[in-house]
Design a binder for this molecule. Structure first.
Ligand SMILES: Nc1ncnc2c1ncn2[C@@H]1O[C@H](COP(=O)(O)OP(=O)(O)O)[C@@H](O)[C@H]1O
Ligand SMILES: [Mg+2]
Length: 234
């Protein structure tokens, strides 16, 4: 695997990072995490433990309480170039009265100046998410699962290096889930991007993860899929 060859630079590095909203109350401490191109990392743990906060911290929306955070080669407070980081939040933040196409093109705007190129990328991402027939529909007319697919298409249209996805598989039926997961996994492997997913369903988490981080009681217990010992020190 690329991460073991040491030839690739990590897309994400966390060193002794504490996260939370109040400096006197750390929600989670991550001693050490490196995520390499082509990797899928899943963050699991009970509700309210700080999983979304961890993604929001990596996305630069919440400041870490302490520690060193490097995203796409940029050490915080420096932020990565626009378009490198794609974020699918738990609360999607779609423009409800606007069409699927409009929402996805907004995503493609990050880092792409040419309108034509944005349209091409958006069309492709909408197709990948199986939403071509819905592209002129306003968001408010779509189901929860369809809206989540729009948010995923919005991020793919951006062609990011690092994707942060917060429960992006919820509200999908089994068949749609498999195709969305397939499409995003293919993107990650083919583009040498990396994916960090928050997933509350532990069996789903294990199925998709190269690395699984289980947050419990503010500590992170890492497991690497496929290793004999299951538990490793990071
Ligand atoms: N903006 C905020 N300000 C202060 N506390 C918050 C904020 N957002 C979430 N929290 C609190 O932080 C904790 C972790 O929340 P969250 O990261 O959303 O958990 P999870 O995603 O694991 O369910 C919760 O106790 C939540 O109430
Ligand atoms: Mg959450």
């Amino acid at each position: 695997m690329q991460s073991e060859s040491g030839l690739n630079k990590p897309l994400l590095v966390l060193r002794d990072v504490s996260i939370g909203y109040d400096s006197s109350l750390s929600l989670v401490n991550i001693p050490n995490l490196e995520v390499f191109p082509g990797e899928i990392v899943v963050i699991a743990g009970p509700s309210g433990i700080g999983k979304s906060t961890l993604l929001r911290t990596i996305a630069g929306l919440v400041s870490p309480i302490s520690g060193v955070l490097e995203v796409c080669g940029c050490i915080l407070p420096e932020s990565p170039p626009r378009g490198n980081l794609g974020y699918i939040p738990q609360k999607l933040g779609l423009v409800r009265h606007a069409s699927v196409r409009h929402n996805v093109e907004l995503g493609a705007r990050a880092g792409v100046k040419s309108r034509k190129e944005r349209q091409v990328r958006s069309k492709e991402a909408i197709e990948i998410m199986g939403l071509s027939e819905k592209s002129t529909e306003p968001i408010r007319r779509l189901s929860g699962g369809q809206q989540r697919r729009v948010a995923t298409a919005r991020t793919l249209a951006q062609r990011p290096k690092l994707i942060l996805a917060d429960e992006f598989l919820s509200e999908l039926d089994e068949e749609t889930l498999a195709s969305v997961l397939d499409a995003v996994t293919n993107y990650v492997r083919e583009s040498n991007a990396a994916l960090i997913v928050v997933e509350h369903d532990i069996s789903r988490a294990k199925m998709m993860a190269d690395k699984l981080l289980v947050i419990d009681d503010g500590r992170v217990n890492p497991f690497i899929k496929g290793t004999k010992a299951m538990e490793v020190n990071v």
